[in-house]
Design a protein around this ligand. Structure first.
Ligand code: URA
Length: 264
């Protein structure tokens, strides 16, 4: 049997590109671990041989710590700086272990408009700021189209650490991190809140309705102890994938502009 030649540099780069396209974009250890093989004996032992079906491999999931703990930590923070420091020190969310850094917020803490996204992506994780990748650039253009920029808004995410491979945050991760976001809303105390996409809309509007039903409608919400006028719109990442929906987002942006003008 002939031994295959080791891959050359171009093949290794192509392999890394392939991993990246598949969402495998961070290394979590120096050595590869075959978790399928590692979990096999335990699964075999727990199931009678006769009844052993083809069990799908167990994949490590994020832990869910206690949202009571994050609520207490968030409540104790009297300023945004204190909240940022407390979140940075908090180790109860596994997302943090896989992320490069905390992505706290961007923009103006004095702003009357707060935008809330889902969670950091790759660029946000690297740069430590929300919405700095392609979706963020589109968001900047959307804001620019109605005369706004980051000095006029405050931007944060439902989860402040990047979910690996850009997956959606799990319900447990959302529940765990929500007190941090809610406390940011209380401390910034915006007049207007704009949720970007499904995840923050469902969480903050407390609805199971999807974004296509919710977008474009203003609601009065109470987030923590803060009452705010809230509008849901489409996530810029969705608009990048579905440019035909940009007209809907544009109408939402115009609605925001009108509300700002009416508020004076
Ligand atoms: N998508 C989000 O929801 N938030 C970011 O910060 C970047 C992309």
């Amino acid at each position: 049997m002939s031994i295959p030649a080791p891959p050359d540099a171009a093949e290794l780069v192509a392999l890394l590109d392939w991993y990246r396209a598949a969402g495998v974009d961070i290394a979590v250890g120096e050595e590869p671990v075959d978790r399928f093989a590692a979990s096999l004996p335990a699964r075999r032992a727990s199931v009678p041989a006769s009844a052993a079906p083809a069990v799908p491999p167990q994949v490590a999931v994020s832990l869910s710590s206690d949202p009571g703990e994050t609520r207490a930590i968030a409540a104790a923070a009297g300023t945004l700086e204190a909240l940022r420091a407390a979140m940075d020190a908090y180790d109860g969310c596994l997302l943090k272990k896989r992320a490069t850094q905390l992505v706290f917020a961007d923009g103006n803490p004095e702003a009357s408009i707060m935008l809330v996204g889902e969670g950091p992506g790759e660029q946000e994780d690297l740069q430590g700021k929300p919405f700095v990748g392609r979706a963020g650039q589109l968001l900047d253009r959307m804001l620019g189209a109605i005369g706004l920029d980051r000095s006029r808004v405050y931007i944060a995410n439902m989860v402040p650490w990047r979910p690996p491979g850009n997956r959606d945050p799990s319900p447990e991760e959302l529940a765990l991190c929500a007190p941090f976001l809610i406390r940011q809303v209380e401390l910034v105390a915006p007049k207007f809140l704009v949720t970007l996409g499904n995840v923050p809309t469902k969480a903050l509007f407390q609805t199971t309705n999807g974004i296509t039903r919710m977008r474009g409608q203003w609601r009065d919400l109470v987030v923590g102890s803060h009452a705010v006028r809230a509008l849901a719109t489409l996530h810029p990442a969705y608009l990048l994938r579905t440019p035909a929906s940009k007209a809907l987002a544009w109408s939402d942006m115009l609605s925001l502009r009108q509300a700002l003008d009416a508020a004076g």
